[in-house]
Design a protein around this ligand. Structure first.
Ligand code: NDP
Length: 323
């Protein structure tokens, strides 16, 4: 048996209920992982609210670190007792232990402790594909990064600093602005009180930015388009304020032949080789001190509180649950 947090219907954080379910032995190609640290991600709230529908009942949680307790047949390159993490797989991480496809497991280097792994894999591999592959940022590019003090935000800001970009970060409060600047943002905009487009135009001498990384969605996508230079790219990768409204293709021409993409980690790191390369790049930057992972831990039993905190815009960095 294992403890697991599931939903039986979509709704608020109160829908997350503790249950004890049987844990099957791992089948061919599978591994049983005993979790030591579990990452909380905004996508977990989309699964819970029904924005991203799941068959019910559903165990939530997309990311964890832990130790391999048993291996099924036909698994190469992994061993019982090995420290591993995962972040590109189906939901079910809010549990003490779990069986999952071995090919989704990422061996953890000694330099990366379990809380750091659970606080950085999903968000940090997202930062990697966004800044290195979706719009490959070059030294001297100017970037607008929304929610720059959040989980993905702090990791992406530090990655952009390592690439030599000039980053303008949006944040909800003065405290978050200071944190974002300490972690790689050159400038910050308090987008709840300041006029975003005017500030970005002023900061870029009227030109606009090369790329916008927008995870806020509904409240910001239209503004983000107006912050771009001609032929710049909007990367819409999240919906923290709700699902963005549709974009009229003709407006992209009128606003300067803009590019728009809507990427997901699942597609960018679907191939095991790409996932391992993405994780290796992240772990290397952490081990070299170029990226510091800021985590706050809570007991797994407080998973509903973790959702409340994340959705109330009061968190910075990554939330990690301890089984
Ligand atoms: P964050 O820690 O960034 O939390 C979300 C932040 O969004 C808040 O702290 C808040 O920052 C900001 N925000 C703006 N408007 C709202 C609102 N109405 N309600 C709540 N928050 C709001 O979360 P994560 O790091 O886990 O995820 C960040 C985003 O990245 C999410 O949108 C997520 O879906 C997306 N994502 C996408 C992936 C992909 O592959 N497409 C993969 C991973 C994450 P502030 O107060 O400063 O405005």
């Amino acid at each position: 048996m294992t403890r697991v947090y599931r939903i039986h219907r979509v709704g608020g954080p109160e829908q997350l209920v503790e249950e004890h379910v049987a844990l099957a032995a791992p089948g061919p190609g599978e591994a049983l992982v005993r979790h030591t640290a579990i990452g909380v991600n905004y996508i977990d709230t989309y699964h819970r609210s029904g924005l991203y529908p799941l068959p019910l009942p559903a165990a939530l949680g997309m990311e964890a670190a832990g130790v391999i307790e048993a291996l099924g047949a036909d698994v190469d390159g992994l061993r019982v007792g090995q420290r591993v993490g995962y972040a590109v797989t189906g939901p079910g991480a809010y549990a003490d232990a779990r069986v999952l496809p071995a090919e989704r497991l990422i061996p953890l280097p000694d330099a990366i402790d379990d809380v750091t792994a659970a606080g950085s894999m999903l968000k940090g591999m997202t930062a990697e594909y966004l800044v290195c592959r979706t719009f490959p940022v070059k030294r001297g590019d100017t970037v607008l990064l929304h929610a720059a003090a959040g989980g993905v935000g702090l990791l992406a800001a530090q990655w952009l600093r390592a690439l030599g970009a000039r980053t303008i970060g949006t944040v909800g409060t003065e405290e978050k602005a200071a944190l974002a600047r300490a972690n790689g943002c050159d400038e910050t905009v308090l987008y709840r009180s300041e006029p975003l487009v005017e500030r970005v135009r002023a900061l870029t001498g009227g030109r606009g930015v090369d790329v916008v990384y927008d995870s806020v969605g509904k409240d910001t996508v239209a503004l983000s388009l107006d912050c771009l230079r001609p032929r710049g790219m909007l990367v819409s990768f999240g919906n923290a304020s709700g699902k963005p409204d549709p974009i009229d293709l003709l407006t992209l021409g009128q606003k300067g032949c803009l590019f728009v993409t809507r990427p997901t980690l699942h597609v960018y790191n679907h191939a095991r080789s790409e996932m391992l390369a993405s994780a290796a790049a992240l772990f290397d930057l952490i081990a070299r001190g170029a990226i510091r992972v800021q985590t706050r831990t809570l007991p797994l039993a407080q998973v509903a509180d973790a959702h409340r905190l994340l959705e109330s815009r009061t968190t910075t960095g990554s939330l990690v649950l301890l089984p």
